[in-house]
Write a protein that binds this ligand. Structure first.
Ligand code: FEO
Length: 398
């Protein structure tokens, strides 16, 4: 039932498709996901990564269709996180002749912490190689993309980069390659993946891309989603764009509202950006999930966040969003980006004050300060507010 898929001669996808995953530790995965593992059949058969523990049977059935697992000589664990390592204990039982290759020191320590000291760990560092017959594999650390232990495995013979989480997408499909699916959907999911998982570590992504620069590959085989073989240059170029501290002249307006006063202000902010000829997306946190906001935040120079005051603070939906934003903001800061805290209040502007405090912690500039309005704005006041945003952003742009 669970068949392997040839990736290149003697290289197979043997992972698992998770059609029904809808929340990946809080990030909505509307398209499900895959946990990709790869088997290289050479003199010393080698398994690259495993799968989430619940999908161990799929992995084992696919591997066993190609080879007696006892013949596998190496299992490479590029990343400790359990969506890729969960099946390791069972796999190592079935592969008694295999060592377990992992990054030093964090991969080894992480696997030991999860699975004990009895597995045949073989730690490797950047530049270490492993000859498995015709092929020689090279290991490259990709520290903090997005855990300390991350590494990738490069197969020069097949020109494949086994990239683990990097370049991945939560994208379940019956197809394995980028040119077999609607590639724009896969690229959107790659963007969503980057913005919800990798975004804080843009500096480290830049370092990892530098490390990969000299490698000659025509296929990127990540551990989630489709394998890149036709759009390798495009996904690489997008990663270069996403990790850079630059931004586009686009805006994101995020809000929640109680009696529509803050909502009307949010719509006025949208109108201001329309007048500035800045493409703008609006998200209502009552209906939009925070993980769907992040792909827009990733490259947008402007952010406006609106809340009324509720119980001496911001609405819980807005607090949820801002806590998420703070955690995902790049550790090197948002260079040259502007945010506008705004909203209405009845008798104390404490909601907007809290928004401003959180935005400051996220590293945005706030060139317009905090814009609070008691009760609901009249039409004239909304027009004045819109003009205030136009003038403030115009001055910020210089
Ligand atoms: Fe797909 Fe960091 O695990």
């Amino acid at each position: 039932m669970f068949k392997p898929v040839q990736v290149k001669p003697d290289v197979y996808w043997v992972g698992a498709v998770d059609w029904t995953e809808r929340s990946f530790h809080g990030y909505t995965t509307d398209r499900g996901s895959t946990y990709n593992a790869y088997l290289i059949l050479d003199d010393e058969p080698t398994l690259i990564d495993t799968v989430k523990v619940q999908f161990s049977d799929q992995l084992i059935e696919r591997v066993s269709a190609l080879i007696d697992p006892a013949k596998i000589r190496h299992v490479v664990s590029n990343h400790v996180e359990e969506d890729h390592s969960g099946a390791i204990p069972r796999i190592m039982e079935l592969c008694p002749n295999a060592d377990l290759i992992t990054s030093s020191p964090h991969g080894e320590s992480g696997l030991r912490a999860h699975f004990g000291d009895d597995l045949p760990y073989r730690p490797v560092k950047t530049g270490d190689t492993l000859c498995i017959g015709t092929r020689t594999l090279t290991f490259v650390a990709t520290v903090m993309v997005h855990w300390p232990d991350n590494m990738v495995t490069y197969d020069a013979f097949d020109k494949i980069l086994f990239s683990n989480d990097a370049f991945g997408q939560h994208f379940a499909s019956d197809r394995r390659f980028d040119d077999e699916v609607e590639v724009e959907e896969a690229l959107y999911e790659a963007r969503k993946y980057y913005s919800n998982i990798v975004m804080p570590y843009g500096f480290n992504v830049g370092k990892a891309l530098e490390a990969l620069d000299g490698l000659d590959f025509d296929m990127i085989a990540p551990c989630h989603g489709v394998i890149w073989r036709s759009d390798v240059a495009r996904i690489l170029s997008l990663y270069h764009e996403w990790c850079a501290p630059t931004s586009n002249e686009t805006a994101v307006v995020v809000y929640d509202s109680m009696w529509h006063a803050t909502e009307r202000m949010a719509l006025a902010v949208v109108d201001a950006f329309v007048r500035l000829d800045v493409p703008c997306r609006l998200f209502d946190l009552k209906v939009d999930h925070i993980s769907n906001v992040m792909p827009e935040i990733l490259t947008s120079r402007y952010l406006a966040v609106g809340t009324p005051t509720l119980n001496s603070g911001m609405l819980p939906t807005v607090a949820w969003f801002l806590a998420y934003l703070k955690g995902l903001s790049p550790h090197t800061g948002w260079k040259g980006r502007a945010a506008i805290p705004f909203g209405s209040y009845g008798w104390a502007s404490l909601g907007q004050k809290e928004v401003a405090e959180m935005i400051e912690k996220s590293g945005y500039e706030m060139p317009l300060g905090t814009i609070s309005h008691q009760w609901a704005m009249s039409d004239e006041e909304l027009m004045a507010f819109e003009q205030q945003v136009v003038d403030g952003i115009t001055a910020f742009r210089g």
